[in-house]
Design a protein around this ligand. Sequence first.
Ligand SMILES: CC(C)(COP(=O)(O)OP(=O)(O)OC[C@H]1O[C@@H](n2cnc3c(N)ncnc32)[C@H](O)[C@@H]1OP(=O)(O)O)[C@@H](O)C(=O)NCCC(=O)NCCS
Length: 168
Amino acid sequence: MADLSLIIRPEAPEDAPAIERLHERTFGPGRYALTAYRLRERNGHRLNLSFTARVGTLLIGSVWMTPVVIGAAKALLLGPLTVEPPFRGRGVAGALIERALASARDNGHHLVLLVGDEPYYGRHEFKRIPKGRARLPGPVDPARLLVRELAENAFDGVSGAVRPDWDA
Ligand SMILES: CC(C)(COP(=O)(O)OP(=O)(O)OC[C@H]1O[C@@H](n2cnc3c(N)ncnc32)[C@H](O)[C@@H]1OP(=O)(O)O)[C@@H](O)C(=O)NCCC(=O)NCCS
């Protein structure tokens, strides 16, 4: 990112309309049918754990983090992650992910879950969840259900239904 001065910072309430437009352009109305959306829709993402990327005043990327549980274990659901097309391929998403993971760890979280492409998220140490160990409230391709441990062996012994974390 030497040629852009990228600003990554926690999401603020006034970012909502720009992020909504970014999601609409990227995922379209079909996004509401995605299983991951069901986990987010009633117990929303946390602004202090979610981040925006800006160049100057222009919002060019966003990542959301939403508290969930996997069985009895607390976790964060990462996503959506989006970067404006002209700014892709320059490490913006990577910077958003690493900032969100560091912030999650600093706030005492040990597990981050997502539904996404393993070839991409594998770069950030996400690993495929063994089939059947985490059940989402709708259909998900098991090859796309990934977890990142923020503490050693944090996923050992964790299994069960993934639900919103109402206590978070
Ligand atoms: C996926 C996305 C967030 C990546 O943003 P970005 O800022 O370009 O990402 P980075 O610069 O950190 O990484 C880019 C690299 O990842 C690769 N990459 C991007 N998407 C990939 C995917 N789905 N699978 C494998 N590799 C991928 C790029 O080819 C590029 O590779 P290179 O470094 O070898 O050139 C962006 O393309 C996007 O918004 N896509 C649409 C929304 C989406 O699919 N979001 C993820 C699911 S929620």
